[in-house]
Design a protein around this ligand. Structure first.
Ligand SMILES: [Fe+2]
Length: 434
């Protein structure tokens, strides 16, 4: 080492000189360690990216499905309202009127395990060539569950077993599933997860694995035109939150960070205007088409992000809030987002600042990201709408033991414990009061 060469002055050196040498050596060692740490930090981490879903996006893309699936025996999974929409849609009418179609049109919000198990029992001796999921996240997730449970190679038709042990569907060969979202928010059309709620244990479960991926995502933003304001708000918030959760996420990659930055920009630019504009009835219809298209893209990109990273702390916290107080998923996730962002900003490794720069198109700080998130939520009434569904701050805090969902909360950039959860919830409750 250089320092050792400089100090090789022989035994006549004074004690003072020796102490200086020790200090210099110590300083040099720590500088070297810092350099090594910086070099380690500069090295790109190992990461991978895989998403097998074939994506078709744009107004009118749904029109090709009828010809593509003509005369094939299809299972269509949707809600009663979704069936009406599908049957009255000129672009899909031929498909919906095919005699080869089998319907499951009883999907409910937050699909429940026992209802899905009943559908599995009804369908298990029938054969299908393809499955069509038409609707919001609940319809898409229900279709995914049915498709995996009915697949060749799934070792059981018992949903509880499929949820408990991924090996039960590891070798499943599901039918091609065409996911057609009619809301802009969940991104479920490109993810390998499906959410199942269990009233018996009051818990939310996730079916996750390669077999859960849809075959194709057919995203036609025209299907979201005219959605009610509350659905637009809640689903749009879900898309924004999912993009954000993929950023403050230990599984983030260079690809997901880029996708998330664009998803956030599109979501921030479009959702407040869409919600405030009375959804086109008082506004230039071309402007509404533009906004709907961009929000649909935000939702897709956010879905692609979480297909790699999964979600994180806001989603983990949200599940008992939805289960106990009936707060819509998107609102329940959004409720804590500014507080969680603030919590993570203290350990920012540069990604939050970078996403903020991408979001605003200029050099800025993670702090401005926090402020803009707070303003977005104020413009969308996230706080008052959520607080009015929760009896009290104490009722919220009482759910802390249920809010740590392994596989979600532990993706969060900064480690979380019960004290941290309490701090975040108190902050969110205070934020919500305005
Ligand atoms: Fe979500």
């Amino acid at each position: 080492m250089t320092l050792r060469d400089e100090t090789s002055q022989g035994p006549a050196d004074t004690r003072h000189q020796s102490r200086n040498q020790d200090q210099d050596q110590s300083r040099s060692r720590s500088q070297k360690q810092e350099q090594e740490q910086e070099q380690d930090g500069d090295q790109p981490p190992c990461w991978s990216h895989h998403n097998p879903v074939r994506i078709r996006f744009g107004r009118g893309v749904r029109g090709k499905l009828s010809a593509e699936l003509a005369d094939r025996r299809c299972l269509i999974v949707t809600t009663a309202r979704g069936r009406q929409q599908l049957e009255s849609d000129p672009a899909l009418r031929a498909l919906s009127r095919s005699p080869a179609v089998r319907w499951v049109d009883t999907v409910q919000p937050n699909p429940e395990r026992t209802a899905l198990q009943a559908a599995i029992e009804t369908l298990r001796h029938e054969t299908f060539e393809a499955v069509i999921a038409f609707g919001g996240g609940s319809a898409l997730d229900s279709a995914k569950v049915l498709n995996v449970a009915l697949a060749d190679g799934a070792v059981t038709h018992n949903l509880s077993e499929l949820l408990a042990d991924p090996r039960c569907h590891r070798d499943a060969r599901p039918r091609p599933l065409y996911a057609i979202p009619t809301t802009a928010g969940t991104g479920s059309e490109v993810t390998p997860f499906a959410t199942v709620w269990d009233r018996a244990d009051g818990q939310k479960h996730s079916l996750a694995g390669a077999a859960v991926y849809p075959y194709a995502a057919v995203i036609d933003p025209a299907l979201t035109d005219g959605l009610p304001r509350e659905i637009t708000r809640a689903t749009g918030l879900d898309a924004i939150n999912q993009a954000a959760e993929s950023v403050w996420n230990r599984n983030a990659t260079p690809i997901t960070l880029q996708l998330a930055a664009r998803a956030l920009r599109l979501g921030f630019e479009t959702l407040p205007e869409l919600v405030a504009s009375d959804l086109g009835t008082q506004q230039d219809p071309h402007r509404c088409v533009h906004l709907r298209d961009r929000l649909a893209e935000a939702s897709l990109l956010a879905g692609l992000c979480i297909s790699q990273t999964r979600t994180a702390l806001c989603h983990s916290i949200s599940y008992p809030i939805t289960a106990h107080f009936g707060v819509p998923h998107g609102l329940a996730c959004a409720f804590t987002a500014p507080a969680v962002l603030r919590y993570n900003a203290t350990v920012d490794d540069g990604r939050l600042r970078q996403v903020a720069c991408d979001l605003f198109g200029r050099r800025t700080t993670a702090g401005e990201f926090v402020e803009s998130f707070t303003r977005l939520h104020q413009s969308l009434d996230v706080g008052p709408l959520t607080r009015q569904a929760i009896p009290s701050e104490q009722a919220l805090l009482d759910l802390i033991p249920q809010m740590y969902t392994p596989g979600r909360a532990d993706n969060n950039l900064r480690e979380v414990d019960a004290d941290a959860l309490e701090q975040i919830l108190r902050q969110a409750w205070s934020d919500a009061a305005g």
